[in-house]
Design a protein around this ligand. Structure first.
Ligand code: AMP
Length: 285
């Protein structure tokens, strides 16, 4: 039976019981409208941990003004059914008042790593992500927490926060789950019209192209991103926000050739919908 908890107190009492029974705990933070990408994280957590908590919470502090907080898709009945079928022990579905005091004063500012890529157009986004994730870590006290490589900058930032703030847990990164044509699964794909959905495949095509170039020995980041840009620009419905190669360590552009583990990441608007995709590459692997 999957427990449904709306309050922090309900989560804490389940956690106390599990700990008394000597059980390990996994956490999968999500914003709901779950799909196979989320499910792959839950499956991995169920495989690794005795008890898995899935949080379903559209976190207001990570949305900027004019972003899609209100229109973000929600379907809790579907989410709960997916979590139950996947074997989650508890689904945490609080409202914003349960998690945020009206006079809260604490912020977590992720310096450096949040300045490039998505941080440029979403300046408060990663501080909001760090705040909610830190709160969930303190509420659930997991042994492991699972994040998708789909949000690669977020994954690197959470790993850095855990290291810097000494959270006693392990971050597990999980591969990107894609549709059959390559489009990375995302709750936001639901915003796409039929023609936009067809155009959106250009993101994964550019990612595959860039990855292939790196695999075949290309070490000039500009050559790789230029080829990817050309591919994306061929699609009339696509508008590039960024196509960049950064170091995994600093999330900053490289000075010269690719000589260290990199993240190649893109953000592209298809119509009004902003989509992201990426690949990691290590030239020394
Ligand atoms: P979200 O609900 O969009 O905040 O995502 C919750 C978690 O699921 C994050 O760690 C995401 O990176 C992960 N995730 C979302 N889409 C995918 C996907 N297509 N493949 C793997 N993980 C994903």
């Amino acid at each position: 039976m999957t427990i449904v908890a709306h309050s922090i107190a309900e989560v804490r009492s389940a956690v106390i019981q599990w700990r008394a029974e000597g059980k390990s705990i996994g956490l999968v933070p999500t914003m709901g409208f779950l799909h196979e990408g989320h499910q792959s994280l839950i499956d991995q957590a169920v495989c690794d941990c005795d008890c898995v908590v899935v949080s379903v919470f559209v976190n207001p502090t990570q949305f900027g003004p004019g972003e899609d907080l209100e229109s973000y898709p929600r379907d809790f009945d579907h989410d709960l059914a997916l979590c139950q079928a996947a074997g989650a022990a508890l689904v945490f579905h609080p409202d914003a008042e349960e998690l945020y005091y009206p006079n809260r004063s604490t912020i977590i500012h992720m310096a450096d790593l949040s300045e490039e890529l998505c941080g440029k157009s979403r300046p408060i986004h990663f501080d909001g992500v760090c705040l909610i994730v830190a709160k969930l870590f303190n509420i659930v006290t997991p042994d492991r927490a699972y994040f998708g490589q789909k949000d690669a900058q977020q994954l690197l930032i959470i790993k850095r926060m855990v290291r810097d703030l000494n959270f006693p847990l392990e971050i597990v990164g999980c591969p990107i789950i894609r549709e059959s044509d390559g489009l990375a699964k995302s709750s936001r794909n639901t915003y796409l019209s039929e023609s936009e959905r067809a155009a959106a495949v250009v993101l994964s095509q550019a990612i595959a192209q860039g990855h292939k170039l790196a695999d075949s020995g290309e070490r000039d980041p500009r050559a790789i991103t230029a080829a990817m840009r050309t591919t994306i620009e061929r699609e009339p419905l696509a508008n590039i926000e960024y196509v960049e190669i950064v170091s995994q360590e600093h999330i900053k552009p490289l000075d010269g050739l690719i000589d260290q583990p990199i993240l190649c990441a893109i953000a592209v608007r298809i119509g009004t919908t902003r989509l992201i995709d990426n690949f990691f590459f290590d030239p020394n692997a």
